[in-house]
Design a protein around this ligand. Structure first.
Ligand SMILES: O=P([O-])([O-])O[C@@H]1[C@@H](O)[C@H](O)[C@@H](O)[C@H](O)[C@@H]1O
Ligand SMILES: [Mg+2]
Ligand SMILES: [Mg+2]
Length: 289
């Protein structure tokens, strides 16, 4: 049966590839860095340029579609899912890597519940998933790891950009608990989306993080699910993409072991009123890197 969203997803893949070209070009030049919710929550002109490139390109083809973009929300736009087709965009997932010319940088585009696209532009890896039709990397099918013993697993996580000592303590308590399960290792790509694509690819057994945003994980969530993986809230139960908490695992068994291990807390939700969000976009002085 013909897929009504096929041409839309093709456009998403094309614009993700174009975004990757812009990011690769920017890596060869100077990057002006400013900050958002903390001194280590970085953003560059390239993040903003790529987000506008994506949004303008989609608006021209699909004028009724809505958007949740990381940098648009940072500038004060709402972060509310509507009944209209809504694109959830992270123009650069891994901005800190981008600023430090580190390797893993992705751009993510998700059209809520229909398809997800994550493009890792340095590696030229295009991760895609269409609801009910599988997950792929450069056209090759993806399948999560079959390892169900967490003691034989590699787990990915990130430390986020909140440096409140009480939050950092909870993050480290979880990390210590996970390491002492024990697990074979803990890894972090510097990009939530890339960590989740590693789960979908069977490279690591699970990823968890408290403090991510909906734009970090929306596209890759569908890629994990379509690769046979499981999404769960850190306290168990269904994941809520606006809650800023997620476990993406190869199996329910591994996900449930992590639920028992992680020290849970609840950051301000992405769909909270702007005044209740911790991201108050305090743009400190720009610096060139
Ligand atoms: O800001 P960004 O590079 O798009 O996204 C990043 C996420 O991919 C990562 O998981 C998180 O720990 C960082 O704090 C940051 O949010
Ligand atoms: Mg991100
Ligand atoms: Mg980003």
């Amino acid at each position: 049966m013909a897929d009504p969203w096929e041409s839309t997803m093709d456009h998403a893949v094309a614009i993700a590839r174009k975004a990757g070209e812009v990011v690769r070009d920017a890596l060869r030049g100077d990057r002006m860095v400013t900050t958002k919710s903390s001194a280590v929550d970085l953003v560059t002109q390239t993040d903003q340029k790529v987000e506008q490139l994506i949004i303008q390109s989609v608006k021209e083809k699909f004028p009724t579609h809505r958007f949740i973009g990381e940098e648009s929300v940072a500038a004060g736009e709402s972060c509310i899912l509507s009944d209209s087709p809504t694109w959830i965009i992270d123009p650069i997932d891994g901005t800190t890597n981008f600023v430090h010319t580190h390797l893993t940088v992705t751009s993510t585009l998700d059209l809520q519940v229909e398809f997800g696209v994550v493009y890792s532009c340095i590696e030229d890896k295009m991760f895609t998933a269409r609801r009910g039709r599988g997950a792929f990397c450069n056209g090759e099918p993806l399948q999560v790891s079959q390892q169900k013993a967490v003691e034989q697993a590699i787990v990915a996580t990130e430390f986020g950009s909140d440096r409140d000592p009480e939050v950092v303590d909870k993050i480290f308590q979880s990390l210590r608990n996970v390491l002492c399960l024990p697990v074979h290792g803990v890894r972090g790509a510097g990009s939530a989306a890339m960590n989740m694509c590693l789960v979908a690819s069977g490279c690591v057994e699970a990823y968890y993080e408290i403090g991510v945003h909906v734009w970090d994980v929306a596209a890759a969530s569908l890629i994990v699910s379509e690769a046979g993986g499981v999404l769960m809230d850190v306290e168990g139960g269904e994941v809520d993409l606006m809650s800023r908490r997620i476990i993406a695992a190869n199996s329910k068994t591994v996900a449930e072991r992590l639920v028992k291990t992680i020290v849970a807390f609840s950051p301000p939700r992405d769909d909270a009123a702007p005044s209740d969000r911790c991201e108050d976009s305090t743009h400190l002085s720009a610096r060139k890197v």
